[in-house]
Design a protein around this ligand. Structure first.
Ligand code: PLP
Length: 365
């Protein structure tokens, strides 16, 4: 028996049919593809952090409950006192924990489409159905369709990215509430981009039996630490905590995130600057002939190119050493769409220069 036939025999066919999540090698590029915060810390802060790390015990298992970090997060994220919180190795791991605790063959995960790709991927890993309900042309929720599909499937969990990725918009608060009232299962409001948006469901926790709020520190400047949180009623979170692998938040992450959040004003200043940069970048894109940006409450901007030009523009930017995200191949509403992360002012200017050049070159082909 060859290794190929063994693999074919033993690995699930739905897994074999999948493509691994592809991350391009960014070396040498201006990296505007992954919604990272581009700023670094002041030198004194780096000094203080590295000094702190000297005392971290790598030979010991981490605090399994990450108690100190949790109380820091409660304060930083304004988690209501009567609500529980559990932590994940990135919010991706929390999505996985939810799916593992709720899965059964007849149960579905639901989300609008387009939305965050991990909802779909993790539903597949867990062997659950995935119900994608298309957004309207302007990326608002199609409420009649959402409510109809909720009635039809009563999904175990509905994920609503708020603001949505990759479209950048916030859904209407009243429509999210309508979904909360219509769903028998859980509704997870995924606030990965909360630092850049003016709206949140955190203060509504407890008002609805089926509302949970998920956040991550990734988009606010700590993507390398892999830390997400899920907040909500104790009754739900106590169950999810059972499928959490012990010690899932390592000692370096616990110490570093606690330290960074203690210096939250540095991170807040950086996110404020990114919001300002987003406004400038949005205006520049609006002024440019040949692209059409969509409104954004996040740290990225989705824009549409002329029909059939997105791949060429993406490649043209790459040749000019600027890496963004090509969503054209996702098809549907994302056909002809590219997504750029808001970077430092000089990075955004370099992106705009490269885009202007590329557009001129594409038009003359
Ligand atoms: C980036 C992102 C996440 C993942 O965050 P991690 O904590 O880095 O795993 C979750 N949800 C949405 C909508 C995102 O865009």
């Amino acid at each position: 028996m060859s290794i190929e036939s063994r693999v074919k025999h033993w690995i699930r066919s739905d897994i074999r049919a999948m493509h691994a999540y592809h991350v391009p090698d960014p070396s040498g590029y201006i990296k505007l593809d992954a919604m990272e915060n581009p700023y670094t810390w002041p030198e004194e802060m780096v000094e203080e952090w590295t000094t702190l790390l000297r005392d971290v015990s790598l030979n010991r298992y981490p605090d399994p409950h990450a108690s100190q970090l949790k109380s820091r997060l409660r304060e930083a994220m304004q988690i209501p006192e009567d609500q529980d919180v559990i932590l994940g190795n990135g919010s991706d791991e929390l999505i996985q924990m939810i799916a593992f605790a709720m899965r059964s063959p007849s149960r579905a995960i639901m989300a609008p489409a387009p939305s965050f790709v991990m909802y779909d991927m993790i539903a597949t890993f867990a062997g659950m159905d995935y119900e994608a309900v298309p957004l309207r042309q302007d990326f608002t929720l199609d409420m009649p369709a959402m409510l109809e599909r909720i009635q039809e499937y009563q999904p175990a969990v509905i994920f609503l990215a708020y603001p949505n990725n990759p479209t950048g918009n916030l859904f209407k608060e009243s429509e999210v509430v309508e979904i909360l009232n219509a769903a028998e299962g859980l509704v997870v409001v995924d606030e990965a981009y909360h630092a850049f948006a003016g709206s949140s469901f955190m203060h509504k926790l407890g008002e609805y039996e089926n509302l949970l709020v998920m956040r991550t520190v990734s988009k606010m400047g700590l993507a390398g630490l892999r830390l997400g949180l899920l907040a909500g009623p104790h009754q739900w979170l106590a169950e999810f905590d059972k499928v959490r692998l012990p010690y899932n938040i390592n000692v370096l992450t616990q110490a570093s995130a606690d330290f960074a959040l203690k210096h939250r004003q540095v991170l807040d200043q950086q996110t404020d600057e990114l919001v300002e940069n987003r406004g400038l970048l949005m205006q520049a894109l609006k002024n440019l002939h040949g692209v059409e940006p969509y409104p954004s409450d996040a740290n990225f901007i989705l824009f549409k190119t002329h029909p059939g030009k997105a791949d060429l523009i993406f490649e043209g930017l790459k040749e000019r050493k600027v890496l963004i995200k090509n969503l054209n191949k996702a098809g549907g509403a994302l056909k002809d769409c590219l997504r750029v992360t808001v970077g430092m002012k000089e990075e955004n200017l370099a992106f705009m220069d490269a885009l202007r050049e590329t557009l001129g070159w594409v038009e003359h082909r």
